[in-house]
Design a protein around this ligand. Structure first.
Ligand code: NAP
Length: 435
C-alpha cells in the first residue's frame, strides 16, 4: 500500500519535502500539499522582494514537483478551519508541518501600538499582495521612515520604499502598493542596528545593491565603522563580515551624496520608545556599545523624526491547533524534525526564522528519510478520504491546475517588462476560474 503523506504549507520547506519524498527510494508514496492560501509557494510569492525576480525562479522547480503524478495541491484549505490536524493524522500515515513563521515579533517598547508602526511581516505582506495584509493600507505620507533591524528583510523594505517606478518596472509589485509608494513623499529611510556593522545580519549582495540605486544614496557615518572585523569569528564569517565592512567603508567615503533620497545606516542604537500622539511622529533611541556580543545601553539618548516605523526584527511562528508548541522558542518542539508518531516539522516552524530558501532543502531531505524509515509502507487511506471530507464541508479547493490558470491570467495581465500583475484577493482568483 502507498505511503500517504500530507504536507501542511506550500512554501520552500513544504515543496523541498515533497521533492525529497517523491524522488526517494522505497515504497510508493502519495503526497498531498495543503495550503490555506489559494496560491502556492509561501514566501516565494509573498516574502521574497518583488524586485528580486531571479530568486523567485525556484518556484519553477517546485511547479515541476507539483505536477508529478504522486503529488496533489490542495489550495484554499485551512487546517484548523476546514480540516483538523487530528483528522489529517487519522487519514494520513505522516503529516509534515511546513507552516513557516508568518507573524511579527514585537519590539516591546512603549508606543509600538501607534498608527504608523507596521511589522515587516505585515508590511512586506502588504506590498507583496498577501491577502491577509491587504487591509493594512499603511499611511506613507511622511518624509522619513525608520526601519528597525539590519537584516535582509530590513534591506528589502528600505530598498522597495526608495526605488523609482522605472527600477521597479521588472518587479511584480502589485498596483495598490506601487501607487501608494510612488505617491509617498519619502526622502530618508533610517536603518537602525542595535549592534554594530560587523554584527549586522544583511548579506553583501543585498548591501551592495543599496549603493547602486537610481535616486538614492547610502549614508554611513565613518566614525561607526571599525577598521577590521576583529577576533573570534570563524574564517567564513570573518570573510563575509569583512566584505560588508569594506562595502560600508566605501559608502562612507561617498559622504552624504547628492541624490534625492537617502538610506542612512545607523548602528549602535536601540529603540526605546515610539513617539507621537495617536500616530507615529518619531523614535527615541539609546546609544549602545557591544559587551560580550550583546548591545548594552550607554544611557545616551537621541531622537529621529519619522512618520512610519517598520520593525524588521525577525518573524514568529504561531501554534498549529492540535500540535505541541514551544512558546518561548516559537517552534514546534521536535527531535531532528520528528514531533510525534506520524507528525514531522520542517523549515521555520521546526528551527526558527533564519536562512535562505535553499536552507530548507536539508530539512525536507531529513523529514523524507525519517518518514520512510519510521513508516515503511503505509496503512492509511490518505487523499480520497480528505477529498470526501472537504467535499462534505463544501470547501472550494484550488487545485494545481486552477493555480496554473490564475498564474496564466496574472502573466497575461502584466504590462511588460513586469512578469505578472498579481491578483490579490480570493474573489478575483475565483472570478478567473469561474469565467
Ligand atoms: P535577521 O536576519 O535575523 O535580522 C533581524 C534584525 O533585527 C537583526 O539586525 C537583529 O539584531 C534585529 N533585531 C532583533 N530584535 C531586535 C530588537 N528587539 N530591537 C532592535 N533590533 C532587533 O531576520 P530577517 O531580516 O527577518 O531575515 C530572516 C531570514 O531570511 C534571514 O536568514 C535572512 O537572511 C533571510 N532573508 C534573505 C533574503 C535574501 O537572501 N535576499 C531576503 C530576506 C530575508 P541582532 O542581530 O542584534 O539580534
Amino acid at each position: 500500500m502507498s505511503l500517504n503523506v500530507a504536507i501542511v504549507g506550500s512554501g520552500p520547506a513544504g515543496f523541498y519535502t515533497a521533492e525529497a519524498l517523491s524522488k526517494g527510494e522505497g515504497a510508493d508514496v502519495r503526497i498531498d500539499i495543503i495550503d490555506r492560501l489559494a496560491t502556492p509557494f509561501g514566501l516565494i510569492r509573498a516574502g521574497v522582494a518583488p524586485d528580486h525576480q531571479t530568486t523567485k525562479r525556484v518556484a519553477e522547480a517546485f511547479g515541476r514537483t507539483a505536477l508529478r503524478d504522486e503529488v496533489r495541491y490542495f489550495g484554499n484549505v485551512k487546517v484548523g478551519r476546514d480540516v483538523s490536524l487530528d483528522e489529517l493524522r487519522e487519514v494520513y500515515d505522516a503529516v509534515v508541518l511546513a507552516v513557516g513563521a508568518p507573524f511579527d515579533h514585537l519590539m516591546k517598547v512603549p508606543g509600538e501600538d501607534k498608527l504608523g508602526v507596521y511589522g515587516s511581516a505585515a508590511f512586506v505582506g502588504w506590498y507583496n499582495g498577501h491577502p491577509d495584509f491587504l487591509s493594512l493600507d499603511p499611511d506613507l505620507n511622511t518624509k522619513a521612515v525608520a526601519v528597525i533591524g539590519v537584516g535582509n528583510v530590513a534591506i528589502d523594505v528600505a530598498r522597495v520604499l526608495v526605488k523609482t517606478p522605472e527600477e521597479m518596472a521588472t518587479s511584480d509589485l502589485p498596483d495598490h502598493a506601487a501607487q501608494a509608494i510612488q505617491a509617498a513623499p519619502i526622502t530618508d529611510v533610517y536603518m537602525i542596528g542595535r549592534r554594530g556593522p560587523v554584527e549586522a545580519k544583511f548579506t553583501n549582495v543585498e548591501l551592495r545593491e543599496m549603493g547602486k540605486l537610481e535616486i538614492c544614496d547610502p549614508v554611513v557615518d565613518p566614525a561607526q565603522l571599525p577598521d577590521t572585523v576583529g577576533e573570534g569569528l570563524d574564517d567564513r564569517d570573518a570573510r563575509l563580515k569583512a566584505r560588508n565592512l569594506a562595502t560600508l567603508h566605501e559608502f562612507a567615503e561617498r559622504g552624504q551624496g547628492e541624490k534625492a533620497k537617502r538610506v542612512h545606516f545607523v548602528f549602535y542604537a536601540s529603540p526605546v520608545e515610539v513617539l507621537g500622539g495617536e500616530h507615529v511622529e518619531g523614535l527615541r533611541l539609546e546609544r549602545t556599545r557591544i559587551e560580550g556580543g550583546r548591545a548594552v545601553g550607554t544611557g545616551e539618548f537621541f531622537e529621529i523624526d519619522c512618520g512610519l516605523v517598520v520593525p524588521s526584527i525577525g518573524y514568529r511562528s504561531v501554534p498549529v491547533p492540535g500540535a505541541p508548541f514551544d512558546e518561548r522558542a516559537c517552534v514546534v518542539p521536535n527531535d531532528d524534525g520528528r514531533v510525534a508518531d506520524g507528525l514531522y516539522a520542517v523549515g521555520w516552524i521546526k528551527r526558527g526564522p533564519t536562512g535562505i530558501i535553499a536552507s530548507n532543502r536539508p530539512d525536507g531531505v531529513t523529514a523524507a528519510d525519517h518518514i520512510r524509515a519510521d513508516l515503511g509502507a503505509g496503512s492509511k487511506p490518505g487523499r480520497e478520504t480528505l477529498e470526501t471530507l472537504l467535499n462534505e464541508r463544501q470547501v472550494r479547493v484550488i487545485s494545481y491546475a486552477d493555480w496554473q490558470k490564475i498564474d496564466a491570467a496574472e502573466v497575461a495581465a502584466a504590462t511588460p517588462p513586469a512578469p505578472r500583475r498579481k491578483l490579490v484577493t480570493l474573489d478575483d482568483m475565483l472570478a478567473v476560474l469561474d469565467s
